[in-house]
Design a protein around this ligand. Structure first.
Ligand SMILES: [Zn+2]
Length: 275
């Protein structure tokens, strides 16, 4: 099997409250700060509450979604008094944890979120070849057996990557065995049926789809139940896996659920360079 070597990666950031109403990350970061966790093994650990203003009012964000502000374009845009709070905050975080894509960026950035969808534990990564992230997924899947653990791949270039974990470079230590992994690759989004003029949502998720994240959706399966009682069926030719089904924060993003293709990939053995 193929083997890949990495330099020792030593700087880790754990972030919570990127969305101010998702409490797991806020709790983890505050608890690590209370316990003064600054090192784990040989790695230094930075803990960050990403959006303190939104955490204070327990809302996803105050002006705009912080976790869509980490594209190269937004990170390099001028900030004025009129700019959304989150745009300025994203640039502060980029200075503290990045700069994105540079040698100074933290090696591994864990950004912790919650969802109102029934998705178990998910790791979201940007690349098929981010071996470090894939190995972390494999490791967690082996350790945690009480709930499903899945990996979602958003295969887009780093410059267009919009979420906070894209600031970091990723990293681990020791030797990790390669092998086959099941992953979900993002394909498309499906919006709610909407009124053509007012854009108002005209249907809810069908009860037979609700809470069935990562259950295969076939052509003809019910997906929406209109407020008049009519069932809307899935029309796609290819059976795909829905996820983020009925995530509350996505009503404004025109997303009722996302669709993924299941794929088996092979990852190489990973070893740390000793120099
Ligand atoms: Zn979130």
């Amino acid at each position: 099997m193929e083997q890949v070597s990495f330099p020792p990666l030593s700087r880790v950031a754990v972030c919570g409250g990127t969305h101010g109403n998702e409490m797991s990350g806020v709790y983890v970061v505050r608890e690590m700060q209370r316990q003064k966790v600054e090192k784990v093994g040989s790695a230094s650990v930075t803990t960050v509450i990403s959006n303190p203003r939104a955490v204070e009012v327990c809302r996803r964000y105050t002006d705009t979604d912080l976790n869509r502000c980490f594209t190269d374009d937004i990170l390099s845009s001028p900030v004025t008094d009129a700019s959304p709070y989150e745009v300025g905050r994203a640039q502060e975080l980029n200075l503290q944890l990045g700069p994105k894509g540079s040698a100074e960026a933290v090696d591994l950035l864990c950004d912790l979120h919650n969802t109102t969808s029934n998705m178990g534990l998910c790791i979201i990564s940007y690349s098929f070849s981010d071996w470090v992230c894939l190995h972390i997924y494999k490791h967690i899947q082996k350790k945690i057996t009480s709930i499903p653990v899945r990996l979602i791949l958003l295969d887009i270039p780093l410059s267009e990557a919009y979420s906070q974990e894209s600031l970091g470079k990723h990293g681990i230590g020791s030797v990790f065995e390669g092998g086959k992994l099941e992953v979900f690759t993002f394909m498309s989004v499906v919006d709610y049926p909407r009124h053509p003029e007012t854009n108002q949502i005209m249907a809810g998720i069908h009860p037979q789809l609700q809470d069935r994240d990562f259950c295969l959706l076939q052509k003809g399966d019910p997906i929406f139940l209109s407020f008049l009682g009519e069932t809307v069926h899935y029309e796609g030719e290819e059976p795909l896996y829905p996820f983020f089904v009925n995530e509350r924060a996505y009503y404004e993003k025109n997303i009722a659920f996302r669709l993924a293709r299941k794929k088996m990939i092979t990852i190489p053995c990973l070893q740390v360079n000793k120099d």
